[in-house]
Design a protein around this ligand. Sequence first.
Ligand code: ADP
Ligand code: MG
Length: 227
Amino acid sequence: MIVLEARNLTRVYGKGESSFNALKGIDLKIREGDSVAIVGKSGSGKSTLMHLLALLDQPTSGELFLMGQNVKGKKASELNHLRNETFGFVFQQFFMNAKDTVHENVMLPLKINGMRRSQRKKLVDEALQAVELSEKSKNKATDLSGGQKQRVCIARAIVNKPKIIFADEPTGNLDSTTGQKVEDLLFGLNKKENITLVIVTHDPELADRCDRQIHIKDGLVIEEVEK
Ligand code: ADP
Ligand code: MG
């Protein structure tokens, strides 16, 4: 099954003389269970593309199909709903509420969905177990190491059992050993849970672990490599 398809996506930032064509017509298909690396130099348009694919931003032109459905014309509330149900996110900066506990941080996506308390707790416990951080559940998020913080973010990304995880430079702020563990965790979820991975990275080794690499340069796909 094709979970995501982009047809001739463009994104222009700004207007008039200062406008900038960040994406110039991207076509791609991502299958369920794939692991896909979006690679390219800084400024090539990787994050812009990921934001469009993840429904965090709207293209200037072109179309996007999520599980066969054209998302064009959907209301913001529908898009929010789709995003919360279908996607998990991991970013380079560990976006967390520092004063809240690990448990509270992981629970956030479920609060948005309005789920029963007991069910929420069960899902959070499972997610923390998956990243081997059950014992840190009651700690404040600030008290963790970088690698632990990123594992909390992964727990938060998987707590709603997403079909697709989007990760933008997920190991960019980690040392190589810790980064390796975070990678192992993501690829483990890909294999075991069949979660589709879309990883933005400029790390060739991380890209190499993916089934496919999509190389972006100046807002265009210049090469696709498949294992
Ligand atoms: P990458 O993630 O590959 O480093 P980005 O997708 O963040 O690249 O950015 C692609 C290009 O678009 C860059 O030249 C960047 O400066 C520009 N850009 C990104 N966001 C904006 C914005 N909000 N307004 C104007 N230009 C932007
Ligand atoms: Mg980027």
